[in-house]
Design a protein around this ligand. Structure first.
Ligand code: ADP
Ligand code: NI
Length: 217
């Protein structure tokens, strides 16, 4: 099977698995990450076959939905790519990216990623910022049953993945516990530029949110 067929079949497989998903990890998220990762990867001179496969597979069995099983994503990715007869080195590389991508808490040191992993991570993080990022945060917060905002519960920077996984006390707190930290943790120049714009949008949104909350606007 040539690379184009492998990508095509993988896209169809992931689309079937994630269509209609209701917490912001749906097929459209995957498509946006795929497109952004390829654009970033092109500028960086990355291996675009690995970038595209990792972008497509990065959320197929996210720990948030696999009962907290961190190995499920890489394991299912490996089984799928082996079934297509993909080259073993490419499989190892893609699975390493899928395993290392997730944000694990404000105070947790991130996994070291290859250039290809850095491109996919930047693309995934961009989709957590801006107007779409805000929509996804509230969708996910609703799925978890979190309040929108709790003025008396200040945000806590999580210093372990376990603490981060237990979730935010409110979706507004998630802005401080993750979203507003991403701008300074981007890997690539293109990622940093786009993140800076989307970061400003989050700040403007929060300003308006508090003004409305306090009856000032
Ligand atoms: P990651 O695996 O790094 O969290 P994903 O691409 O899987 O990244 O996206 C998870 C989405 O859900 C993001 O938009 C993220 O901000 C949002 N999210 C995660 N945890 C929470 C939370 N506790 N409250 C609100 N949104 C959240
Ligand atoms: Ni994602």
């Amino acid at each position: 099977m040539d690379e184009r067929d492998i990508i095509q079949q993988t896209a169809e497989h992931v689309r079937a698995l994630l269509s209609g998903e209701g917490t912001g990890h749906d097929w459209h998220h995957i498509e946006r990450v795929r497109r952004a990762a390829l654009a970033i990867g092109q500028g960086e001179g990355a291996d675009l076959f690995v970038v595209e496969l990792a972008a497509l597979l990065h959320d197929i069995a996210d720990w948030k939905f696999a009962g907290g099983d961190h190995e499920a994503g890489p394991r299912q990715s490996r089984a799928w790519l082996q079934s297509l007869g993909v080259d073993a080195r490419a499989i190892d590389h893609v699975c390493e990216i899928v395993a290392g991508l997730s944000f694990q808490g404000a105070g947790v040191k991130a996994a070291v990623l290859t250039l290809e992993g850095q491109c996919v991570q930047d693309a995934d993080r961009l989709d957590a910022l801006g107007a779409i990022g805000i929509a996804r945060a509230f969708a996910y917060g609703g799925h978890k049953g979190q309040p929108l905002y709790e003025p008396d519960a200040p945000p806590t920077p999580h210093d372990s993945f376990e603490a981060y996984q237990r979730g935010a006390s409110s979706t507004i707190n998630h802005f401080y516990e993750k979203l507003l930290l991403l701008r300074d943790r981007m890997n690539t120049a293109a990622g940093r530029r786009l993140a800076a714009e989307r970061h400003r949008f989050l700040e403007a949104y929060l300003e308006q949110f508090y003004a409305e909350w306090n009856g000032q606007r």
